[in-house]
Design a protein around this ligand. Structure first.
Ligand SMILES: Cc1cc2nc3c(=O)[nH]c(=O)nc-3n(C[C@H](O)[C@H](O)[C@H](O)COP(=O)(O)OP(=O)(O)OC[C@H]3O[C@@H](n4cnc5c(N)ncnc54)[C@H](O)[C@@H]3O)c2cc1C
Length: 448
């Protein structure tokens, strides 16, 4: 088995010198930062994108590669519908094969309760003209004929897509660079420079860049970065384990999940797999600080997450990670350039057990690689996409809560307009920062 391809040993691809100034500085080179930068550059705005490690080194390469409308929060759905259109357009423009294919997403149900949950989403899908439909037992069996057991039914969205994350996001970054974005890898943003109450620049490990607009799209590191500037968001990160098989006979061309196993055909003929119980939260100071906000999510799915007493050294919510630092000293972001958590051994065993139970024609799962990623989670499972109330000039785009890859280009387009003060085209009320401090009840997004 091989390790995940994105490590610090990987050559640096983007190493422009740090400019003196930029109209917008983006902190974080995942799908959100890269696509925001791309759409800003298309408006002739000068953008510098800072990435502490490698473009897409964290969540944006480690994800399952599902681009789904199915099961989305009602306020995310219009943005992901736009994202689907943008994915097609960007796949053409970047001139590289990013593995974009419309092969559908399907959720399998074992119980009437699950089918009832699907039916609720169907109403939202219909309102937006999405082709989601429910399947009965026979239709489900015909969709994936080699499954060993019957299912009560399924929900399926044929127009949903997939792409290869670790190919797609670097390809989009190359497109952004060609369109004028200055991208600098191995360059952590240490602190915001704030003068007279608003942003005047960013201190990086390579010096200061003058700017009055910053987008923090730093994934699992966002709350640590913001808190050092007095901005508190209840974001935690959760480890999730993934496995990739060797090429194998096709059982289904799209992406499928039930409570126990998720699988997605890859372009190389293998499958990307994950098991139902593969998420763990490392308990640290932020987990205690924000625990109350996570009570509704815990009550809705008490067994959804396992807990570990402490994160590895240097992780965003590790007990020993400094919460304050100076602009002229090494920051936590340089100490871990790529969050590369070890996959959980028992999750890999679960994957093997569940997959071979469902497809007994495979005696064992021929794994090629396994890895894990840290998902940036929010208490209500939807992101913050907003101007920070505390610091004029600062935009927060984070907490994609395990589904930011598919929606990425749509969010990037939205964030680029938010930065410019334009109409964003979609209501961002659901994603406002203040929902966690103004007494609003936590409205849980779907856990589908
Ligand atoms: C196992 C797993 C499976 C998933 N499956 C799916 C899926 O199938 N479909 C889907 O839609 N989504 C999925 N997701 C979620 C999706 O991957 C994320 O929501 C999305 O990639 C988030 O993108 P991002 O740009 O916000 O963050 P990231 O990709 O995490 O990027 C943030 C970047 O910021 C950089 N950074 C942080 N701090 C600094 C700093 N101070 N200075 C400079 N750079 C900094 C980091 O190094 C990192 O590269 C999955 C996630 C995981 C982990």
């Amino acid at each position: 088995m091989t390790r995940f391809p994105f490590t610090e040993a990987m050559p640096i691809q983007f190493q422009a010198p740090l400019p003196k100034d930029a109209e917008v500085v983006i902190i974080g080179g995942g799908i959100i930062g890269v696509t925001t930068a791309l759409f800003l550059a298309r408006r002739n705005i000068s953008v510098t994108l800072l990435e502490k490690g490698r473009i897409a080194g964290e969540q944006s390469s480690r994800n399952w590669g599902w681009i789904r409308q199915q099961g989305r929060d009602a306020d995310e759905l219009p943005i992901v519908i736009e994202a689907q259109r943008l994915w097609r357009q960007l796949a053409e423009e970047c001139g590289e094969d990013i593995g974009l294919k419309q092969t559908g997403v399907t959720y399998l149900a074992r119980t009437d309760k699950e089918m009832a949950g699907f039916a609720k989403f169907l109403k939202i899908a219909e309102m937006h003209g999405v082709d989601t439909r429910l399947l009965d037992q026979g239709e489900t069996a015909r969709l994936i004929p080699s499954m060993s057991r019957p299912f009560k039914g399924a929900m399926t969205t044929p127009s949903d897509m997939r792409a290869e994350p670790w190919v797609a996001v670097p390809a989009l970054a190359r497109l952004a660079a060609r369109q004028g974005v200055t991208i600098i890898e191995n360059c952590a943003a240490r602190m915001l420079d704030i003068s007279a109450g608003r942003i005047s620049g960013v201190w990086t490990e390579q010096g200061r860049i003058v700017t009055s607009n910053v987008v923090v799209a730093s994934g699992a590191w966002t709350s640590l970065f913001l808190r050092a500037h007095g901005v508190s968001i209840p974001q935690l990160s959760v480890r999730s384990t993934v496995a990739a098989t060797q090429p194998m006979p096709e059982i289904h061309s799209g992406a499928v999940a039930d409570e126990h196993i998720a699988f997605r055909r890859r372009q190389d003929g293998g499958y990307t797999l994950a098991s139902g119980g593969s998420s763990q939260l490392y308990v640290g100071p932020d987990a205690f600080r924000h625990a109350r906000k996570y009570v509704p999510a815990l009550m809705a799915n008490p067994l959804g997450i396992r807990y570990l007493p402490a994160a590895p050294r240097g992780y965003p919510d590790s007990w020993s990670t400094p919460r304050k630092w100076n602009a002229d000293e090494e920051s936590p972001f340089e100490r871990i350039r790529i969050l590369d958590p070890a996959p959980k051994a028992s999750a890999l065993r679960d994957i093997d057990r569940e997959f071979t139970a469902l497809f007994p024609q495979f005696k064992t799962v021929p794994l090629k690689a396994s890895w894990a990623g840290m998902i940036d989670a929010m208490p209500d499972v939807v992101p913050i996409v907003d101007r920070a109330a505390e610091i004029p000039g600062l935009v927060i785009a984070t907490g994609m809560s395990g589904h930011g890859f598919g929606i990425g280009p749509g969010m990037g387009r939205v964030v680029s307009d938010l930065v410019q003060g334009n109409e964003t085209g979609h209501s961002l009320h659901r994603f406002r920062q203040s929902r966690f401090s103004d007494g609003s009840p936590i409205e849980l997004g779907p856990s589908l």
